[in-house]
Ligand binder design. Sequence first.
Ligand code: C2O
Ligand code: CU
Length: 579
Amino acid sequence: MTTASLLAADLVLTVLAAAGWLGGGAAAAARRRPLALALAAVALLATLARASTVVALARAGWWFAAEKVVVAAPLSLAAVAVAGPRLLRAADDIRSVAVPLLFAGYAVSAALLVTVLHGYPVSASVGLLAVAGVVAATAVSWRLLDARPSRTVSRVAVAVAVAALLAGTGLAVTPGTAPAAPHEHGYPQARISDQPTRRFTLTAGTATVRVGGHDVAAWAFDAQVPGPELTATVGDVVEVTLRNRDIGRGVTLHWHGYDVPNGQDGVPGVTQAAVLPGQEFVYRFRADQAGTYWYHTHSVSDVGVRMGLYGVLVVRPGPATGLDVVVPVHTLADRPLPDARVESVEAGVPVRLRLINTDSTTHRYALAGTDFRVAAIDGHELSGPTPVRDTAVLIPAGGRYDLVFDAPATPVALHVDGRRVYSTGAGSTATDGWPVLDPLSYGRPAPAPWSRFDRDFTLVLDRGLDLRGLLPRYAHTVNGAADPDIPPQVVRRDDVVRFTIVNRSQVVHPWHLHGHHVLVLARDRRPATGSPLWLDSFDVRPGEVWEVAFRADNPGVWANHCHNLGHADAGMMLHLVYS
Ligand code: C2O
Ligand code: CU
């Protein structure tokens, strides 16, 4: 069983156990004896079955099981110990087991709430709050069912509940590590001497654009979606003047995957102020990385990018040879971009397809009709890419793959999620059943550049209740906290930094660190065996554990977030800070 299915199975068992105990308690209170016994039996079986899912999860990694071992297991044991023997003795008066069964139900539900609302890391305060809740709920049920607990029992219950509540809330409000506020005033400045300069101007504004034959309201650069394609040659200085005509919530330009100096990174509130209507901002950086990249607004990025504020950035090592095609995929107002395109190519011409995923979810790309090689991922050339055929690639949100091949005499066709977006002639191929390429075992390996790490950070991705803002929200969390309360990761220049990224949740999180490419070391404890993979965007799927590393060689304050931009907006964003 995969870790993801273990997590799901454990959740189902917990819900079954909670529902069984609570339902059994209610049935017992109503003197429905057979029903009460049946529900209690279901609960008992589900509780016992959890022993194996929790052990298996703990073996997959403590992050997956911590609160289940520390909070749920003791509460479940207490539930079984209290309810079990009483059930056996309940031959004559089924109503006498109502409170014990309800107690078991509260205990399991409290543990379930800890998992669903809090997750990792487990803390004493959360455990104590759970205990307080269980005791209080049991005491109330006891009263309501008029079972007349003895004086001592009720006093002890009240004392335990109050003590646990006080201790729990007390611990919860003790200040933890206060996150450092990124640049409160004074943003970093660019320092670039004069060199051959490629100048562009991009004007952001509301616009109506045509997608698949329909008029759609968009936010666009120069009234087009995607925005103008920016191209440069390695060594050029790129200078882009951003103007905002009427985007009320402000715009910026973030060079996704391009490791620019911090002041050019385009993160409002961190590296610059958002550019408001009527204002402008000039970006300047030297293009010293070749490859396929993209730019997008980082101001209310979830809405801004979805509405169309993005475009392509391609930096070539020299004059283009052969056919160079850029395919930036996007979903605008529920309609896919780009429109299908057909162009004829002479046999033998070298073709480079630059595939870009600008959406917030993964896309599946399938190139039919030719052998091809994956020449580059996220702008970095792979070493020793071998030809593959009838194989799909999955590109995470924000990610890029460059596919290369020599045009065959017969047509080739590129499909995205089964839709044909680019082809060199007519024809049709079913690509649905194709296997998917695993980049971690593709290409020729090279020894890792580092053997020891100066810093180790673990990011456990999950969901949880965030009560720190104005309104409570069910946030996407990192180590149990949500932006802006996630402590920053502090590094020194030239540190070799390792991240372990763990996905405890039920959804994919495409991880994206600004300003640096990370080298993939391992996934699920299996070391990467293919070409060194330097990524800026990678999908951490449910239950996966990724280990990546990089050298801290680009000082500043850098966003580090999930590139499902809705998740980032809902808390899944932190910062890497150089001390
Ligand atoms: Cu492409 Cu912080 O984003
Ligand atoms: Cu996410």
